[in-house]
Design a protein. Structure first.
Length: 221
């Protein structure tokens, strides 16, 4: 039996998402990886699953922009792996676009992934946290602080996510649940060792283990 609750990674892509799964699994957490591509998730799980006894690592197909899909995958993960200690919401849609023009439905879809999915995930996981305590971590971005007209939807989405996590942090104050955003200010995997996925993932684990006296609504990385 593990002494650690499940770590749920929503947005388990091959970069930071996979590094997060590896980091939390290495720390002893069962890990649920959520993303759209189930085959790729199964490959990731095979890479991370230990040959001997150890925490389970499993993938669950989910569309972060579809509340019903996301809630169903989260429920399956918790039922199979146990009550969570950690939620990491690590999604986002990076695409060039402008403040005007474009397709309305595309903007709605991107906003659903960048913002609504975070609220859905928090709402679904919060009542399931082991012993009512835990950590909710949300991957933000530098465009929340310095918006780009060339990446308008992502700039707006990350700014909205930052505001959401701020008010969530305030609402959960004193409950034993830590909610914070990690505002990553440079390109992940750009060659700068500070922004290597494994290095960033370690900071998420450190936030999860952070003393309550040091909790804050945002880490600017």
């Amino acid at each position: 039996m593990t002494n650690f609750g499940t770590a749920i990674i929503v947005g388990a892509g091959p970069g930071l998402g996979l590094a997060l799964a590896r980091t939390f699994a290495a720390a002893g957490h069962p890990v649920a990886m959520l993303a759209r591509d189930k085959a790729r998730l199964d490959d990731h799980a095979a890479q991370l699953s230990p040959a001997g006894p150890g925490p389970a690592v499993r993938g669950y197909a989910a569309d972060a922009g579809d509340p019903a899909s996301l809630r169903a995958a989260l429920a399956s993960a918790i039922a199979e792996l146990g009550a969570p200690d950690v939620l990491v919401y690590n999604t986002g849609v990076l695409r060039p676009d402008s403040p005007t023009g474009g397709d309305d439905q595309e903007w709605a879809g991107v906003t659903a992934i960048n913002v609504l999915g975070a609220r859905v995930a928090a709402d679904a996981v919060l009542p399931q946290l082991r012993d009512g305590r835990g950590t909710m971590l949300f991957t933000g971005g530098g465009y929340a602080l310095r918006p780009s007209r060339k990446f308008s939807s992502l700039s707006v989405g990350k700014a909205a996510l930052r505001a959401y996590v701020h008010v969530l942090h305030d609402e959960l104050a004193g409950t034993g649940v830590h909610a914070t955003s990690i505002t990553i200010t440079s390109e992940i995997g750009s060659g700068d060792p500070r922004f290597d996925p494994a290095t960033i993932a370690q900071s998420y684990l450190e936030l999860h283990n952070q003393p309550a006296a040091d909790w804050q609504h945002e880490l600017v990385y």
